[in-house]
Design a protein around this ligand. Sequence first.
Ligand code: PLP
Length: 433
Amino acid sequence: MQIEDHKIALDFDRAHIWHPYTSATKPLPTQLIESASGVRLRMADGRELVDGMASWWCAIHGYNHPELNDAAKTQIDKMSHVMFGGITHQPAIDLCKRLIDITPARLQHVFLADSGSISVEVAMKMAVQFWHAKAQPSKRKMLSLRGGYHGDTFAAMSVCDPDTGMHHLFNDAVVQQVFTERPSCRFSNSFDQASTDDLERMLSQHHHELAAVTLEPIVQGAGGMWFYHPNYLKRVRELCDQFKVLLIADEIATGFGRTGKLFACEWADIEPDILCLGKALTGGYMTLAATLASSEVANGISENGGVFMHGPTFMGNPLACAVANASISVLFESDWQKNVSRIEGKLEQELHSAKDLSSVEDVRVLGAIGVIEMKQTIDTVFAQAFFVERGVWVRPFGKLLYIMPPYSISNEDLSLVCQAMIEFAQVRTAQSY
Ligand SMILES: *Cc1c(COP(=O)(O)O)cnc(C)c1O
């Protein structure tokens, strides 16, 4: 493509195409990316960016991976898609078998959904239908954690943080759920018993109207990149059992090794009743998500001839399943634990110095996630240009400068990304903004 073509393409994009959380008339600038390989995004003008975002948690093996490419090509020659109603196929069977194998033991039933948000909707529906089947239809609300993020569809929005989420825009259109405070006890601090007081209070007050607790185990992602203590999660499980409320673990961001455990629930050694997976499921190749349920939940819903009322058109898409199978194979064939702990060590070492900068509120690292929380909201347009100029791809939101790179990133490339983040924080300090 010629420079003029790039300009025409970008002008059209600007005038007609909506990007995530962006104005149609005053959109933020976009970068034209032509291809991607390994941990590098190649811009249309030939420049390369080392990717710190793994395309929002997804591309854990990097881009253009030979084994994932092969899986997609082989499957596309057999069939790209076939309806899942009354039909099944090997890629879905292999994937579900695999997911049951690697997730907590009680999860024995899989619903394949087409995106993370939908898998959350499905999980909530399962919980509500479960209590309906148990002749307790008043148990249909969710208890959710402040600071949480579970997606952008209506039901998913209802369990997102009520302040930073989008509730205020939709008012009564969003179901009113019950909220407890953000887990105050941080991952790296010693556990403070009092941090579960509010949770216990809300459960004891509301359990008769609660179908489930919905949470992101250990790492709250888009709601603030907040890492909380495993004992909090342990206590949630105990209280859910005590008050007869299901536990929905949303591991759409944390799943597949990101926090240093294959699934973040393992930090607390607990098993949810329902589990949502997405994002890295296909290694970032295409959209696919899964909701897994315990036999108790699945059997409950199915009592007296009950059926589960959901069935997306692209349910169990063979192409996505085939790539997911390849992605999970690559994960297990690679020494992902060693890689994630290498990245964790490097992030700690590289980002540590930002702690002393006056513009910085906090620096935190867990697994292959690195966060610099600034004191003030980051100007996205400035930040974007700043990072692109330095050959890295980091996309901040709010006060958070954060990365979750592909596990395959080399120490040198990771260093490049971290140094750009430090430099950004320094510039902001110098400008004392
Ligand atoms: C991204 C995300 C979702 C939503 O997934 P989509 O595929 O964007 O619909 C839900 N929950 C968590 C924790 C997420 O990080």
